[in-house]
Design a binder for this molecule. Structure first.
Ligand code: NAD
Length: 476
């Protein structure tokens, strides 16, 4: 039997796009305009390291400029290539539209294994890459605003912001040229946890809809659910931590680069994360069963599977053997188009990437707004809010004394009620609201139409309709 070829990542995204537009009423020209990637810039630059010049290849792809700036992370990985950044840029377009973040879609990548370099070397490489992008306005507060992705984090974003500052000394909005920065460099509270937090909020919203829970063949709430997570990096770690520590779910397996850890009673997510940080992988961790063939653990029975590492991990090869009821795509593109079809036939419900991991760009949007307004959220109203609450509580206490001891406030209620919201609470509130509303917009389309088979097609329809409206407004 000849093996069926798996599409590339970009072809996979296109196939998913095509599935949605086949049940929409778009003119063929507009359909093509939305689908194609507007431009991809490739740069090769040299950096003198360890006594010789090393050449690096980087990309910044702009998928759609129906809104500007365009937005999307910068990834550091040896697997980075043009096909991948174009697929990720397209996903950014649809993701931003779905969660109503006012951006077009973009993505960047540098073909590098960051673990092979010292911090000062990475800084020189990052600054040089940022210079190449900024001089072409591919990093710019009103044109193109990168963020962290796989292999990059706050540290790289701080270097990028500083490099842009140096090249644009009089730009008062320079801080808004990149998001995901550390707090001291203009970042926002809650950005580091945002994508994982968004995965948690997405699942909580899913479990508010009995019809959807039943469609996945599940019942109850997150409490006690057995969850397998692939990739305990930024996204996977935060999702696993919040779901296990706040919602009563059990992380029964963690799949990493060098193998997997299994514990049917639930892993201690922080202990595993610390072990990975100090040992470079999961092997050797004492309080769980280690399996060297990590990918096989994706097929282990569980209630919820969270791929949170990289693309194309559930493919035509293993899709039929996946044994879960619900998959939430915390990573971008973890399920190939062919595997998606197999899972649908098996009745596995998929919460798609363009929705599931949109928490990152949502909080990046808040950070960008914070940078442009030059003031942290809550600074003006926090104490005023506290003063009003204090007034109300004082009045109730006065009435209490007047009425006698028939009722009284618990001290914990009083403490919680009196406190004005700080930036982190406001960010979480904005993120929670965004994830709820976006889920509701998808499920409405999914349930209202017989020709929409799943949440992914529904998500694409909602997103593409919004992008199409923007293009129409522009006269296209
Ligand atoms: P990260 O670099 O922090 O973590 C990735 C993790 O996956 C690491 O622990 C790594 O060891 C592990 N990993 C890598 N290859 C693996 C393999 N073959 N098998 C198992 N584990 C492997 O990256 P991240 O920022 O958490 O991003 C993960 C995914 O989430 C990516 O698809 C990314 O595009 C997506 N995403 C990230 C953000 C964000 O805010 N960081 C936002 C949206 C989407």
């Amino acid at each position: 039997m000849t093996a069926i070829a798996e599409p590339t990542f970009r072809e996979s995204v296109d196939l998913m796009f095509n599935r949605a537009v086949s049940v929409m009423d778009l003119s063929p020209g507009l359909e093509e305009k939305i689908r194609v990637c507007n431009a991809t810039y490739t740069v090769r630059f040299g950096v003198r390291l360890r006594g010789r010049i090393q050449t690096f290849t980087g990309y910044r792809s702009v998928h759609s400029e129906h809104m500007e700036p365009v937005k999307g992370g910068i990834r550091y990985s040896l697997a980075v290539n043009q096909d991948e950044v174009e697929a990720l840029a397209a996903l950014m377009t649809y993701k931003c539209a779905l969660v109503e973040a006012p951006f077009g879609g973009s993505k960047g990548g540098l073909c590098i294994d960051p673990r092979q370099y010292e911090e000062h070397e990475l800084e020189r490489i990052t600054r040089r890459f940022a210079y190449e992008l900024a001089k072409r306005d591919l990093i710019h507060p009103s044109q193109n605003v990168p963020a962290p992705d796989m292999g990059t984090g706050e540290r790289e974003m701080a270097w990028i912001a500083d490099q842009y500052h140096r090249m644009n000394t009089t730009d008062i909005n320079a801080n808004a040229c990149v998001t995901g920065k550390p707090i001291h460099a203009g970042g926002i509270h809650g950005r580091v946890e945002a994508t994982g937090r968004g995965v948690q909020y997405a699942l909580k919203e899913f479990f508010r809809h009995p019809e959807d829970i039943a469609a996945a063949g599940m019942e109850g709430s997150l409490d006690g659910k057995r969850i397998i997570v692939q990739g305990l990096g930024n996204v996977g770690y935060h999702a696993a931590k919040f779901l296990s520590q706040e919602d009563g779910a059990k992380i029964t397996a963690v799949v990493e680069r060098d193998g997997a850890l299994i514990d049917d009673n639930g892993l201690d997510v922080d202990a595993v994360r610390n072990w990975i940080a100090s040992h470079g992988g999961v092997e050797g961790y004492a309080d769980a069963t280690y399996v060297a063939d990590g990918v096989s653990v994706l097929e282990k029975d569980c209630d919820i599977l969270i791929p949170a590492a990289l693309e194309a991990v559930i493919t035509l090869q293993n899709a039929a053997r996946i044994s879960t009821k619900l998959i939430i795509e915390a990573a971008n593109g973890p399920i190939t188009a062919g595997a998606d079809e197999i899972l649908r036939q098996k009745g596995v419900l998929v919460i798609p990437d363009l929705y599931a991991n949109a928490g990152g760009v949502t909080v990046s949007y808040f950070e960008w707004v914070k940078n442009l307004s030059h003031i942290r959220f809550g600074r003006m109203q926090r104490r005023q809010e506290e003063a009003r609450h204090t007034l109300l509580v004082a009045e109730l206490e006065r009435l209490d004394r007047y009425l006698g001891d028939s009722w009284s406030m618990t001290p914990s209620f009083k403490d919680k009620y009196l406190r004005g919201a700080d930036e982190l609470e406001l960010v979480r509130s904005g993120l929670d609201d965004t994830m709820r509303i976006a889920y509701q917009s998808m499920r409405e389309v999914w349930h209202a139409r017989d020709d929409v088979p799943d949440l992914r097609v529904a998500a694409y329809i909602v997103a593409i309709e919004r992008v199409a409206l923007s293009y129409r407004d522009k006269g296209l």
